[in-house]
Design a binder for this molecule. Structure first.
Ligand code: ATP
Ligand code: MG
Ligand code: MG
Ligand code: MG
Length: 480
């Protein structure tokens, strides 16, 4: 089954259970000070949970573009190294706003996975919240008992607050959750060990695919929990992980979600994915992952910039550039060539990219060209620092110089350092950065050797760059 068919089956299934299908909210969050980017399907429904607004439908389902690169949920370090955490991913979800609760949510997730998707039952494990004495939260007996109606008890595992009590951020709606994990190991390996022991243990072949959250509380600023006015269901299933399970692959990148981008990268660089060089493979995966995050975030209204959400995107882009530069011997801009590939692939589900494809391509091209102008000298500089260091540490001033002169975000310096067994003196870096800011407070945001956005956060809702005409890029950007 192809990825688009798998996505459609999810939506069709929940339509058949009385759900209204809604579009994905933009990845970029402009009106919530607690969040830079959408990190879960529920974000756009936060006000329904809190009782601030009444929903038009009590049951909805969708696929939501999510980004987990900052704040409470940050997976950036995992991406490309493992095969199932992405920066940007699709979260399939179904919701009940004060309507059905645990019984139906559990029964339907089981029905969809085992009867529609036909995932063998003996490959599935579920987890239930074990309770937390400190917070005064009981074990989720209800969920446990509903699961017992579907699955053998030795496949129901208890989980702690970290894995089985879901929170959007430091504040906001939250509640106990029940997760579903798939043991994708080959039968011979499965026969040798208990898959339940590998749940939530970061085993690359025993992965969490779906989280059913039972929204019951609101976490307040002082850390306390207050009950919500009503009880809700909020679920999230990792689409790329589901596709990998359905297509019998051992990595999300081997599915048709990513192979188009990977093939194009092979053609553009002359290297082949999946040979022997693991560093090259990581580079292929990082590029295939990062370009999605970059494209969809720009298409949703966030340009790369030197501060805030825009800097997050610039950092991801520079990370990808460094991977192709260092490991795929690619010295010319590459990422922009992948934009049309993704725009075509997602034309039916997220048409906003195809609608703005030329613009997004241009922004990506400018960004990578700009970084490529300093990257080579920056790499030589960091090699000098490491070559001359007395200990395996890059000092704060050096990290600052790499940032200030060569445009190396601190996490890129840390990445290169760690590849070489070095650490970075981050405190020293922050101190040097603060000194610079103090010196030129007024000019801070513009004081760069780079492209910067002049009118970063429009007060009005973002409705597309094309509104500014074909000259958008020229009028919105200025070279300092
Ligand atoms: P994990 O433990 O694997 O990091 P999670 O518990 O942080 O996942 P949830 O917040 O429960 O994830 O999100 C719901 C679902 O979204 C997960 O069950 C998973 O399938 C998917 N998911 C979460 N993070 C990512 C990611 N970075 N990339 C791809 N899919 C993800
Ligand atoms: Mg996680
Ligand atoms: Mg988890
Ligand atoms: Mg989870």
């Amino acid at each position: 089954m192809t990825a688009p068919e798998i996505r459609q089956q999810f939506l069709d299934f929940f339509t058949s259970k009385g759900h209204h299908i809604v579009p994905s909210a933009p990845i970029v969050v402009k009106n919530d000070p607690t969040l830079l980017f959408t990190n879960a399907g529920m974000n756009q429904f936060k006000d329904y949970f809190l009782g601030n607004r009444a929903p038009a439908w009590k049951r909805v389902a969708d696929t939501q573009k999510c980004l987990r690169v900052s704040g409470k949920h940050n997976d950036l370090e995992e991406v490309g190294i493992d095969t199932y955490h992405h920066t940007m991913f699709e979260m399939l979800g179904n919701w009940s706003f004060g309507d059905y609760f645990k019984e139906e949510a559990i029964a339907w997730s089981w029905e969809l996975l085992t009867e529609i998707y036909k995932i063998p039952k003996d490959r599935l494990y579920v987890t239930v919240f074990e309770g937390d004495a400190k917070e005064g939260l009981p074990k989720d007996e209800e969920a446990y008992n509903f699961w017992k109606q579907h699955i053998a008890e030795d496949r129901i595992l208890l989980g702690n607050k970290k894995d089985n009590f879901w929170e959007m951020g430091d504040t906001g709606p939250c509640g106990p959750c029940s997760e579903i994990h798939v043991d994708c190991r080959p039968d011979t390996e499965r026969a040798l060990s208990d898959g339940g022991k590998l749940v939530n243990a970061d085993d690359p072949q025993v992965i969490e695919i779906w989280n059913n959250v039972f929204m019951q509380f609101n976490r307040l600023k002082d850390g306390s929990l207050e009950p919500l006015p009503a009880q809700h269901v909020d679920t999230g299933m990792g689409f790329e992980r589901l596709v990998r399970v359905m297509q019998g692959k051992s990595s999300n990148y081997d599915t048709d979600v990513f192979m188009g981008t990977i093939h194009s990268t092979e053609q553009l660089t002359g290297h082949t994915y999946g040979r022997t060089d693991s560093k090259q493979d990581v580079a292929f995966r990082v590029i295939a992952d990062h370009i999605r995050a970059i494209c969809f975030t720009i298409a949703d209204g966030q340009l790369p910039a030197n501060t805030g959400a825009g800097y997050v995107i610039r950092r991801i882009l520079r990370r990808a550039v460094r991977y192709y530069f260092s490991f795929l011997e690619q010295k010319k801009p590459l990422l922009h060539e992948l934009v049309p590939v993704l725009a075509q692939q997602f034309a039916n589900v997220f048409p906003e990219l195809l609608q703005q494809v030329d613009f997004v391509k241009k922004v990506v091209f400018e960004e990578e060209s700009s970084f490529l102008r300093t990257l080579d000298s920056g790499i030589r500089r960091i090699e000098d620092f490491m070559g001359n260091a007395k200990q395996k540490s890059i000092d704060g001033r050096a990290a600052f110089e790499l940032n200030d002169t060569y445009g190396f975000p601190i996490d890129l310096t840390e990445l290169i350092a760690s590849e070489n067994g070095f650490t970075v003196d981050k405190e020293g870096f922050n101190a040097a950065l603060k000194e610079q800011k103090d010196r030129s407070r007024a000019a801070t945001e513009l004081d760069t050797d780079d492209w910067t956005v002049l009118d970063e956060t429009p007060a009005t809702k973002f409705i597309g760059y094309e509104l500014f005409g074909t000259e958008t890029h020229v009028t919105k950007y200025r070279k300092i």
